[in-house]
Design a binder for this molecule. Sequence first.
Ligand code: MG
Length: 173
Amino acid sequence: MISPKIQDAINAQINAEFWSAYLYLSMGMHFETEGHAGIANWFRIQFKEEQAHAEIFINYLLSRGGRVELKAIDAVPTEWASPLAAFEATLAHEEKVTSLINNIYALAEAEHDYATRGKLDWFVSEQVEEEETAKNLIDRLKLIGDNGLALYMLDQELAARVYNVPAPLANAK
Ligand code: MG
């Protein structure tokens, strides 16, 4: 059985993952409207990944005999000044998510819940990747500046991104 403290923390994280999904879906809609179909595609895949993160935590909580509580998802922004602004907001958000994951990790250690700590290892690595990807796109968008052709090329590249079910969810099925 999972401790009430860990259960509450995981339920809060499930909500945070769904909020992330909502944020990236909103970014996807925004860039679709703005005519950046590739950037929109990138964010819509990000939306699916975040939903998968929530599902991984849901499955884990259920596997430990815990109770899942789906709480209200707060509203998200609906407009960004530029692709650069959206990826800067993405990086800031992912840094926040990293600190949330680290907090649960510390709580799991304090509670001697090593199963939860182990489960979080995948998320710790995933956050390194999320931050690195956002930073990389920010760097490239800064180089691109006002160059429309370069932005078009990046948009084409991001249009090619495909969704892969994250390993902990793919392996669970
Ligand atoms: Mg996530």
